[in-house]
Design a binder for this molecule. Structure first.
Ligand SMILES: CC(C)(COP(=O)(O)OP(=O)(O)OC[C@H]1O[C@@H](n2cnc3c(N)ncnc32)[C@H](O)[C@@H]1OP(=O)(O)O)[C@@H](O)C(=O)NCCC(=O)NCCS
Length: 211
């Protein structure tokens, strides 16, 4: 992975996310930009994402139309501006098509505790986009932003997300009961996974815990 706009943290700005592009060869992870700076295809991609049933269930997006998508982009900008969250658009290196999104944000910045989340567009699924993008953002957050521990929580029924967490080296730590209200309006149990900065790079993924 090559990192452009790479920032070496100093004591004063440790644990601040700085806008960076992560180059994974065939895929680029770009900080989500202002609506006026983004190509039309990205705004369309956001409306397609919001309409996808799996995203609507497990990771609802308020980007159903262009004006909502613009407001969503402004919130991502604000996160970057304040250094509190880092939201990346995963794009095809060749044609810039939107593939998905990965966001890491501080839960307790002073303590180095962060949370990461992701979604991919239906036509980009099943070829490692979420796994590769989440791994890259994880490594970047450990190396450049001083993250100590990053968590993933996913609904117990969301098997694909569980696989992504395992693939990215996020170890299962237990089941949270009725911990989050999802897009179906119901509370679901969630698996909590976490990776520590001191954990080794993932090798062979472990099995998902049984629900
Ligand atoms: C979860 C999601 C991000 C996965 O994206 P993706 O790009 O297809 O993921 P990858 O291709 O990197 O890996 C998918 C893994 O899930 C597995 N998977 C995919 N669909 C699955 C399913 N329905 N049941 C079980 N496993 C599944 C794949 O086999 C792969 O695991 P493997 O490498 O061990 O074989 C995508 O399905 C999505 O956007 N879902 C809706 C939003 C969401 O759930 N976000 C996460 C909220 S916590």
């Amino acid at each position: 992975m090559s990192i452009s706009g790479h920032h070496n943290p100093t004591d004063g700005d440790q644990r601040t996310f700085h806008r960076t592009t992560l180059d994974l060869g065939d895929m680029l992870l770009h900080p989500w930009g202002r609506a006026s700076d983004e190509p039309d295809t990205l705004l369309t991609g956001l409306t397609v994402a919001a309409a996808d049933p799996l995203i609507a269930l497990w990771n609802p997006l308020t980007t159903s139309d262009r004006s909502e998508a613009q407001a969503w982009l402004e919130a991502r900008q604000d996160g970057w501006d304040r250094g509190v969250s880092a939201a990346f658009a995963a794009r095809n290196a060749t044609d810039d098509a939107l593939l998905g999104s990965v966001t890491v944000r501080w839960v307790d910045r002073a303590d180095g505790l962060a949370m990461i989340g992701y979604w991919t567009l239906p036509n980009a699924r099943g070829r490692g986009v979420a796994t590769r993008a989440t791994s890259a953002v994880t490594t970047w957050a450990f190396r450049t932003a001083g993250a100590r521990r990053i968590e993933i929580a996913h609904a117990v029924g969301n098997k694909a997300s569980c696989r992504v967490a395992h693939r990215c080296g996020y170890l299962p730590e237990g089941t949270l009961r009725d911990s989050h209200r999802f897009g179906d309006g119901a509370y679901h149990d969630e698996h909590l996974h976490a990776r520590l900065a001191t954990d080794p790079e993932p090798a062979k993924p472990a099995k998902c815990p049984t629900s």
